[in-house]
Design a protein around this ligand. Structure first.
Ligand SMILES: C[S@@+](CC[C@H](N)C(=O)[O-])C[C@H]1O[C@@H](n2cnc3c(N)ncnc32)[C@H](O)[C@@H]1O
Length: 790
């Protein structure tokens, strides 16, 4: 006790002296030394040997089963590579200090003894000694038996970022919590004397390569330490760090296995195998959290190859296969896991496994039949839950776009009817921004652009795309198949990819068991030449769907081949965060290209449509509606000038409608019936502004406003959730003509597929109220802010 106090006092005096002279820590080192009496080898060794003699019977009997203090570390653990750590001597250690960026090189100079931790003494190259306690180093009886070898007298060691402290008995010790910080036979210090630490190291973990002939316990011990650290990172939800640490542990074990294959010791190999199973299985779980399904599946499969009854790995493989839309295979894994349950494996719940199995079976049915209970699913979304939804690929394939310059497109492989489901796709990346942050710092211009729907609502649009790109790159680094899928998406210029029509097989769920993928795990060598961050960012900004009303952007793979048109023949509806339903809204003949509107609201005039596509998707639309409206630009500009306040000014809206209807009767270029419908759709907001205004309806009685706009919208867009909602709120459908009721029913089928009429009416009502809450709620907030700022 006295020894420690004395030493502390000496330390404090030296600290105070150093502060008084204003020296910085780097230069203090040579003056600030411990009282050398307390790091004399002879004193420490004598005391240690006495204790060892006293405890010898116990240590010899190897009966010590003191608890392993995993995770109970007082000091931050390090396990940084040796390369880059600067050497430090015992005499320069500071009490209660974790010497970051430093490494202590030395040699063990006593036989170890086992208390809660392994106790030994380290002698540094300057001839000073210190007590050393290594925790968590003997995780089970097997290691306890090997203690004499693992901590043998004379062993050269390196202690990374040493933590020097006063022990419970008042003596000073170096405490190591993470066994990976205790390096045996460090390569960098095989010479003698302190030199700088720039010795080259291989790309493999320094823990492994530093052992010139890796003995098994050393390898397993180091790997175990890294896995424990991986578990700590996992508990802190640092999935990427956990993956890295588990990966380092696996590298050590795999290399050991390879080099020791000629002289396997049964016991040590089973230890290595056990560590490998846990390493692969835990890494699979961390990868599942990041939705890196390909790599997670691979890890869980490897764990199962080593131990086929490992229930956790089986369940993890099931979850990964489910994420890859291989529902049948996933269900099989859950069934096997359920069969294996209760045979010694803990930490798994039968209930969870059963519900995972049920989920995969439901998705399997959906994926096979294309039948979904939409009402149930939407209700779940309304309650904030992500509905169970399997991916479905219907009658579609990738092919050349109808216009060469548009590159590739998605074509139907058979005739389809309005309302037929073409596909249900699950997102590969999703990014959201917090609405409150969105509202602060918006300029007036951004607010009015948001009100007209002409631009991304968000001034942080680029944040979405960065976020999406990071998610994609991370997953792609661990999967060749995913890399290929992403590499095949168009970047902003579709014409560059016009001749590259990828095989549909690449986008159909399939298990990739290629050796090459496995090599990425071990070597971490990924060819990034055609896969840099910038091209991924381009691909996300040109393919992700940005939904202003929900403050989010999402990327799907196969739907990314669908080109845009302001007169679409298909419609997509996002259900929850991840599922995208694509339906035909017209009859399409086999081989015809599927065209969708990328706009959240395509019932807008030319200029906001063009501005949105340019701003958010980076292209100028060449569809027939835009081409026509471009030729009418001067007239339309005149309308927009008049209608600048059309969202708040009823009179202006009426003027727009009157001018258009006048032009349809008097200007020859507007005679074509189809073009009239396009323009009415472009000015839908002006028409609907007066839907429940009797005098307006009277003024335009010649054109029957309601009939006119439902027909125009149906013919131009197929369906519009916005219009259906306006009608639901402001018009009594029972009192409308059968013609209007027929078109409204037709639009509902286009949007939600063929359903019983009662289910369709409920769906329209449910979606209407949800849209109001989400999109109109947000727009109302933006408009209120706009009014405030006026
Ligand atoms: C999501 S991708 C569609 C698939 C793309 N054509 C391909 O080959 O991969 C979007 C890109 O297609 C092109 N594109 C789609 N619709 C277009 C349209 N109506 N007018 C002009 N370019 C269009 C643009 O280059 C846009 O950036």
């Amino acid at each position: 006790m006295e020894l420690g106090k004395l030493l502390l006092r000496a330390r404090m005096m030296l600290d105070a002296a150093a502060h008084a002279t204003g020296e910085d820590e780097e230069e203090e080192e040579d003056e600030l030394v411990l009282n050398l009496e307390y790091c004399s080898k002879d004193n420490l060794v004598r005391a240690h040997d006495q204790l060892l003699a006293h405890l010898k019977p116990v240590n010899n009997l190897r009966e010590i089963s003191a608890p392993i203090v995993i995770g109970a570390s007082e000091a931050a653990t390090s396990s940084r590579p040796l390369r880059g750590l600067r050497p430090i001597h015992i005499r320069n250690l500071q009490v209660n200090c974790h010497h970051q960026g430093r490494v202590l090189y030395g040699e063990l100079c006593v036989e170890p003894l086992k208390m809660v931790a392994v106790q030994t003494i380290v002698l540094d190259e300057a001839g000073h000694a210190a007590k050393l306690s290594v925790y968590n180093a003997l995780p089970n009886q097997h290691f306890v038996q090997k203690m004499g070898t693992l901590f043998r007298k004379g062993l050269k060691v390196a202690i990374k970022e040493p933590y020097f402290k006063v022990a419970m008995d008042g003596s000073l010790i170096i405490r190591v919590d993470n066994p990976a910080d205790f390096v045996r036979n460090p390569k960098e210090r095989q010479g003698s004397g302190i030199s700088d630490t720039s010795a080259p190291t291989s790309s493999l973990s320094p823990l492994f390569v530093t052992s010139s002939s890796p003995d098994q316990p050393t390898a397993v011990l180091d790997a175990h330490g890294l896995r424990v650290q991986g578990n700590q990172a996992f508990a802190a939800q640092d999935w990427k760090e956990a993956i890295r640490l588990y990966g380092d542990a696996l590298k050590i074990l795999l290399q050991y296995k390879e080099t020791s294959s000629f002289s396997p010791s049964a016991l040590s190999m089973s230890q290595v195998t056990k560590e490998l199973v846990l390493g692969f299985s835990n890494r699979a779980e961390a990868r599942l959290r990041l939705k890196h399904f390909e790599a997670a599946e691979r890890d869980a499969r490897k764990a199962l190859q080593l131990q086929k009854n490992h229930v956790k790995s089986c369940s993890r493989r099931g979850r990964a296969l489910h994420g890859l839309h291989l529902y049948k295979e996933a269900a099989l894994c859950f069934k096997i896991a359920l069969l294996q349950m209760g045979r010694g494996e803990d930490g798994m719940s039968v209930k969870d496994l059963r519900s995972a199995l049920q989920a995969s079976e439901i998705c399997e049915r959906q994926a096979k039949t294309g039948q979904y209970d939409l009402l149930k699913m939407w209700r779940e979304v309304e309650q904030g839950r992500e509905p169970l939804c399997g991916e479905y690929i219907g009658p579609v394939e990738i092919g050349p776009a109808r216009e060469r310059s548009l590159g590739r497109g998605l074509l139907v492989t058979r005739d389809v009817e309005p309302g037929d489901l073409l596909m249900v796709s699950k997102a590969v990346a999703h990014a959201e921004v917090d609405r409150s942050s969105l509202m602060t710092g918006l300029s007036k211009e951004q607010i009015s652009a948001a009100c007209t729907g002409s631009k991304s609502l968000s001034p942080v649009s680029s944040t979405y795309h960065d976020d999406l790109a990071f998610q994609i790159v991370d997953r792609a680094l661990s999967s060749k198949r995913f890399r290929e899928q992403v590499n095949n998406l168009s970047s902003t210029d579709a014409s560059r990819v016009e001749n590259n029509i990828p095989d549909m097989d690449l986008f159909v769920p399939k298990l990739s068991l290629t050796e090459q993928d496995d090599a990425y795990d071990v070597e971490e060598k990924v060819n990034l030449e055609s896969f840099d961050m910038e091209s991924i960012r381009m691909a996300t900004s040109s393919n992700a769907l940005e939904i202003a009303g929900e403050c989010c952007a999402t990327l799907w793979l196969l739907p990314s081949f669908i080109n845009h048109s302001c007169v679409p023949n298909a419609w997509w509806v996002k259900l929850g965060k991840e599922a995208l339903f694509v339906r035909a809204v017209r009859h399409l003949s086999k081989g015809q290209e599927v065209l969708i509107s990328y706009l959240d609201n395509p019932a807008l005039p030319l200029s906001p449509r063009a501005s949105f596509l340019q701003h958010c998707r980076g292209f100028e639309c060449r569809c027939e509606r835009c081409s026509f409206e471009n030729t009418m630009e001067p007239f339309l500009r005149f309308l927009e000038n008049d209608a600048i306040l059309r969202f708040v000014d009823m009179a202006a809206a009426l003027e727009v409608v009157k001018s258009l209807e006048w032009a349809f009767n008097n200007v020859t270029s507007f005679e074509d019936e189809k073009k009239k419908q396009w323009l009415r759709t472009s000015y839908l907001a002006s028409y609907t502004a007066h839907l429940d205004n009797a005098s307006f309806l009277q003024t335009l009685k010649d054109i029957h406003p309601l009939e006119t706009i439902v027909r125009a919208t149906h013919e131009t867009l197929g369906g519009s959730e916005l219009l259906l909602n306006v009608i639901r709120q402001r018009v009594d459908l029972e009192e409308c003509s059968p013609y209007v009721r027929g078109i409204v029913a037709g639009m509902s089928v286009c949007l939600y597929g063929k359903q019983a009429p009662a289910a369709l009416t409920k769906l329209v009502a449910l979606r209407g109220s949800m849209l109001e809450k989400a999109k109109f709620g947000l727009l109302a907030t933006v408009c209120a802010k706009h009014e405030e700022s006026l």
